[in-house]
Design a binder for this molecule. Sequence first.
Ligand code: AMP
Length: 192
Amino acid sequence: MLLIGPPGAGKGTQAHALSDALGVPAISTGDIFRDNVRNETELGRQAKAYMDAGDNVPDSLTNDLVRDRLGQDDCAGGFLLDGYPRTTDQVRALDEFLAGQGASMDAVIELVADPDVVVERLRKRALDQGRADDDESVVRHRLTVYREQTAPLIDVYAQRGLLSQVDGIGEIDQVTERIRSALAERGIRVPA
Ligand code: AMP
């Protein structure tokens, strides 16, 4: 399953809630990149400048990282992706990976959030967490990158009949409930 939506839509928060309930790992490429930057790995060194600028890290680096992560044992029973795929090339790489495993996607949840609300949320997160890429001008750039490179994927998944759109504005539990109902409509039960 995957969660898609603009930066600040609450994907990470919802991914954690769903991952606990479903008993599958939530995999956030953003978190993995941030860990690598913090630990000063080679991957972190290569990714940092893109992240600080609010640009996508190149597909080749990102796809390798995800293939590696999804190949680990804890992903055998399923996984929830947060923040990947973000480009059409990443969709292709994920399709290839899944086909190689004889697996397929069950659902894509789009968390819908108005850009003004998102900018305000990220302004608060910048104060709380001090993420360099939550600086307002970088946030605006990340929204542009989302609109240009990631939003087109929504149509791709809609055409495959996998997309459920969920209003991402509201209390955390309320949004989780909306996702739960959207998944229930697809026959996917999320334990409470
Ligand atoms: P996030 O935590 O999902 O907002 O991601 C933070 C930053 O990590 C992004 O602005 C990108 O620089 C990088 N990143 C995360 N996921 C991806 C991805 N799937 N493709 C390219 N870059 C990514």
